[in-house]
Design a protein around this ligand. Structure first.
Ligand code: TMP
Length: 351
């Protein structure tokens, strides 16, 4: 499924900054030097490894999508164009990786046990496995049902995940929360059992939030909310259309397909969807068949409203689109509930 991938990490400024800080932090925490190897699983265009490399570490990317791996290779990041597994373990060598990273990858893995087994094999006895996943508690509290799609096989709570790690003799030693990355991301750090002290306080805070906010009742509330949500968003958009407003979609991430299809939002509502990714331009959102066009189309003839489908980059996009907002354009933020925001970013409640 990932032989070709329509997403480049380095296209969003938010991700560049986030991964720069990520590399800074781990380089300092482990005092990485020029002999230490950092392996990134699902390395995409090499954005994270580029940051580690600039700090002096040796780097190796593992990326099955040849179309994105070639960007990394062209930028000088050595990359194995294959899926991570026993074959890659042999190529890396047992215990050779001081750091193994996997960001927005673990949720995509079908054989979690096999995956963690391979991670444990390549990880140096004093190494750290760092991985980022969207946190189930945020999916529920932000109502972001649109991230539930074919690529995502797990929606992680860290208490169960820590038990799975233990089965592979890995301890979860620390957790860091990034509320603004993909709508709420947790970075877990794991290491071979007993090689590092565990930051119990950071783990316990997260575990207790999971127990109170990702329980059965929360799931039931979420299911009810999603149906009410659809009515709310569709009536907001239909009212705007009735008033003669022009509406477009902003961003064509995979999750846009879910939101638009679930709410049956097609070309009768959205003129088009803009996206900066050349690979997506000229194509259509599956199912609802809304065309994907370059952003210049929106700037040449600004619509009245833009439904922010790439909501995980809200701050970056609103900052970038000040011209659109100043000329009278407005964004519709889909989550946690549909909200219209204008130039001063105050919410309008009228629709
Ligand atoms: P993602 O939510 O899967 O990370 O994808 C975000 C999509 O949004 C990606 O296709 C690029 C697009 N995008 C824009 O079109 N304009 C922007 O300013 C940003 C930050 C992203």
């Amino acid at each position: 499924m990932y032989d070709e991938y329509a997403f480049l990490t380095g296209t969003a400024q938010t991700s560049l900054l986030h991964f720069d800080e990520y590399a800074d932090q781990l380089t300092n925490r482990l005092s990485l030097g020029s002999r230490d190897l950092v392996v990134d699983i699902g390395s995409n265009d090499g954005t994270l490894l580029q940051a580690f490399k600039s700090h002096g570490a040796r780097v190796l990317g593992i990326e099955p999508a040849q179309n994105v791996a070639k960007h990394a290779i062209a930028a000088g990041i050595e990359t194995l164009v294959e899926y991570f597994g026993p074959g890659t373990v042999n190529a890396i060598g047992l215990g050779n990786a001081k750091v193994v990273t996997a960001n927005n990858v673990v949720s995509h893995v079908a054989d979690l046990s096999g995956f963690l087994d391979s991670v444990a094999r390549v990880l140096n006895p004093s190494g750290i496995f760092a991985f980022e996943v969207p946190w189930v508690v945020d999916v529920l509290r932000h109502h972001s049902f649109d991230i539930v799609y074919h690529e995502h096989l797990s929606y992680f709570g860290f208490k169960p995940l820590s038990r799975l790690l233990q089965k592979h003799k890995l301890d979860l030693i620390d957790l860091q929360y990034f509320p603004n990355i993909h709508g709420g991301t947790l970075r877990g750090l794991a290491a071979h059992s007993k090689s590092y002290p565990t930051r119990e306080a950071s783990l316990n805070r997260i575990f207790s939030d999971e127990e109170s906010q990702a329980d059965l009742l929360s799931l039931q509330k979420f299911a009810t909310f999603v149906l009410e949500y659809r009515t709310k968003l569709v009536s907001m958009l239909r009212n705007l259309k009735r008033d003669g407003k022009r509406i477009v979609g902003y961003g064509a991430p995979a999750k846009a397909t879910i939101l638009l299809n679930f709410c049956s939002i097609d070309r009768s509502i959205l003129d088009y969807v803009t996206d900066t990714t050349p690979l997506k331009q000229g194509k259509f959102i599956p199912g609802v068949r809304v065309p994907v066009v370059p952003p210049v189309r929106m700037h040449e003839s600004p619509p009245d409203y833009a439904l922010l489908l790439a909501w995980n980059f809200k701050d970056e996009i609103i900052q970038k689109e000040q011209g659109f907002l100043r000329s009278g354009g407005k964004f519709i933020l889909p989550f946690p509930e549909p909200t219209i925001v204008g130039p001063d970013q105050s919410a309008e409640k009228n629709y």
